[in-house]
Ligand binder design. Structure first.
Ligand SMILES: *[C@@H]1O[C@H](CO)[C@@H](O)[C@H](O)[C@H]1NC(C)=O
Ligand SMILES: *[C@@H]1O[C@H](CO)[C@@H](O)[C@H](O)[C@H]1NC(C)=O
Ligand SMILES: *[C@@H]1O[C@H](CO)[C@@H](O)[C@H](O)[C@H]1NC(C)=O
Ligand SMILES: *[C@@H]1O[C@H](CO)[C@@H](O)[C@H](O)[C@H]1NC(C)=O
Ligand SMILES: *[C@@H]1O[C@H](CO)[C@@H](O)[C@H](O)[C@H]1NC(C)=O
Length: 180
């Protein structure tokens, strides 16, 4: 399978994702950081705990100016004496994806998140952006058990504007069992 497609699938699976009904993945922390508060301001960036195995992600941010040119860089890290790069480091044009939506893997994951966020439209993005209480997850990819960190760096007009970083735990055993 195309590695880029896989990357994108994983990213979308993890990004907003990041709520989890399934026991094999659990978000453990979320951090949002604006590099340019005259463009992006975060009001809220937090996990809500439902049970020991289930959390949901809630983000509320304002884009003070319209963003027409958005790129997203995602980098997956796995914990082993600190977080080390693991498999994915990929950048793509988010506006183009929202326009075309012609990649099956991405579209499948997109279908999970479109109802819980305000990002269900094409560029430009301006004003309040939210991801509310996301906790549906159906597209895990095989990965070793462990603690992960997904770094999401968002660039407007070629300049880094903000990061949304999500920490999560993955349990391979449970994944295997639930699939067989
Ligand atoms: C910060 O945001 C403003 C828009 O509010 C923009 O004009 C400026 O270029 C941005 N600065 C950087 C370094 O991205
Ligand atoms: C987003 O956060 C702002 C500031 O805390 C708040 O006024 C607003 O009601 C929130 N909106 C949503 C949809 O959560
Ligand atoms: C939570 O996950 C653990 C480990 O995977 C499992 O043993 C336990 O049954 C789960 N609890 C619930 C309420 O799903
Ligand atoms: C937004 O989501 C709704 C419901 O899922 C869908 O019908 C609509 O086509 C979507 N809008 C865009 C611009 O993708
Ligand atoms: C994200 O952007 C910031 C600011 O440019 C940079 O310091 C950081 O290294 C970037 N992280 C990744 C994973 O690209």
């Amino acid at each position: 399978m195309n590695i880029k497609l896989l990357s994108l699938g994983l990213f979308l699976f993890a990004i907003f994702l990041v709520g989890s009904e399934a026991p094999f993945v659990k978000m453990t922390n979320a951090k949002c950081l604006s590099y340019n508060k005259s463009w992006v301001q975060f009001h809220y960036c937090r996990l809500k705990a439902y049970s020991r195995n289930k959390t949901s992600l809630n983000v509320n941010a304002t884009f003070l100016e319209p963003a027409n040119n958005i790129h997203l860089r995602l980098k997956l890290m796995k914990r082993a004496n600190g977080y080390k790069p693991f498999l994915w480091d990929y950048e793509f044009d988010a506006c183009e994806f929202m326009r075309k939506r012609n990649q099956p893997v991405v579209k499948m994951v997109w279908n999970l998140i479109k109802d819980v966020s305000t990002v269900n439209h094409t560029c430009p993005y301006v004003g309040l952006q939210t991801v509310s209480d996301f906790h549906r997850i159906e597209v895990p990819l095989p990965m070793p058990s462990g603690e992960y960190l997904l770094l999401l760096n968002w660039t407007f007009d070629g300049k880094p504007q903000f990061a949304t970083n999500v920490y999560f735990n993955f349990l391979e055993d449970v994944w295997v069992k639930s699939r067989t």
